[in-house]
Design a binder for this molecule. Structure first.
Ligand code: NAP
Length: 268
């Protein structure tokens, strides 16, 4: 098989949700897919390597495995992530670190480990998963919003460094999507105590967000947006899947910040 015909992807977080849908879609489009997560990926045709994005050794090992077996890595898709809910005042430093660990540091670790391979082979596409919360921050998920905003900026700055080696980057910003994310969300312990000054409001707001997630888009919609970018020679810098969220993101750019945040405050 020629190098052009065979395309090899490494995807983190393929055991559930957006990552799992993307694995299925890529396999259907004839990609060779390696996927890394702590729980197994149920897609038999994907090559599953158990690992944690926070563990440098397992990240390096999965990349070595891809290169040893395929000799190339055309795409990296970073889907591994999780959420923390709780008022800023109620969060401990460990809880804040938990939010940034996988979502931000794990993503950065994986990308940094892949860059030498993509640079030496003269190309590759990196897809990061941020969130609409990167452009419209949400209360009681302040650290999540900040981590996702960091991903968006990182994905914009990185191509400026790696363009010379034909490495492309694209950031996907999903809105509410029906996945395992809702059930996996952690709550700051102090936020759940009756003594929290924010507890009642936090539970009401995050409860509403969780209902929106579980009534949200299919992860296949996000997977399609990812696959579309992988097929492009020049992928979009950022993509908001779904027309309603696209319109929302556009309005956010046009309307005054104070107004937008007021509306968010009224909704949540
Ligand atoms: N669902 C939404 O409404 C929504 C909206 C905007 C953005 N997003 C983002 O979309 C991405 C995917 O989330 P999802 O909605 O598909 O949630 P999900 O169904 O909970 O999937 C999360 C995936 O991340 C993996 N993961 C978590 N910690 C990991 C670690 N330490 N090492 C390796 N893999 C790890 C999980 O695998 P294991 O647990 O097996 O390790 C799982 O496969 C996340 O970055 C999330 O922030 C989701």
């Amino acid at each position: 098989m020629s190098k052009q015909a065979k395309r090899v992807a490494l995807l983190t977080g393929g055991s559930s949700g957006i990552g799992l849908s993307t694995v299925r879609m890529l396999i259907g489009r004839n990609w060779t897919v390696y996927t890394m997560s702590r729980r197994p990926c149920p897609v038999a045709e994907a090559r599953f390597v158990q690992g944690d994005v926070n563990d440098e050794t397992s990240v390096r090992l999965v990349i070595q495995t891809v290169i040893a077996e395929q000799g190339q890595l055309d795409a990296l898709i970073c889907c591994a992530g999780n959420g923390l809910a709780g008022a800023v005042e109620d969060c401990t430093s460990d809880e804040v670190a938990y939010q940034f660990q996988t979502t931000w540091f794990g993503l950065d670790k994986t990308i940094r480990a892949c860059l030498p391979t993509m640079r030496k082979q003269g190309g590759g596409t990196i897809i990061t998963i941020s969130s609409v919360a990167a452009v419209v921050p949400i209360p009681f998920q302040t650290y999540y919003s900040a981590a996702k905003a960091a991903i968006l900026h990182y994905t914009k700055a990185l191509p400026l460094e790696v363009r010379a080696w034909n490495i492309r980057c694209s950031c996907i910003l999903p809105g509410d999507t029906k996945t395992g994310f809702t059930a996996a969300r952690r709550y700051a312990v102090a936020s759940q105590s009756d003594e929290s000054a924010y507890g009642v409001k936090m539970k009401d707001s995050v409860g509403r967000m969780e209902r929106d997630e579980q009534n949200g888009m299919s992860p296949d919609k996000i997977a399609r947006a990812i696959c579309r970018q992988l097929d492009k020679r020049h992928p979009a810098i950022s993509v908001v899947p779904g027309w309603n969220y696209k319109l929302f993101a556009l309005l956010v750019r046009i309307l005054p910040n104070r107004f937008v945040l007021r509306v968010v405050g009224m909704l949540y």
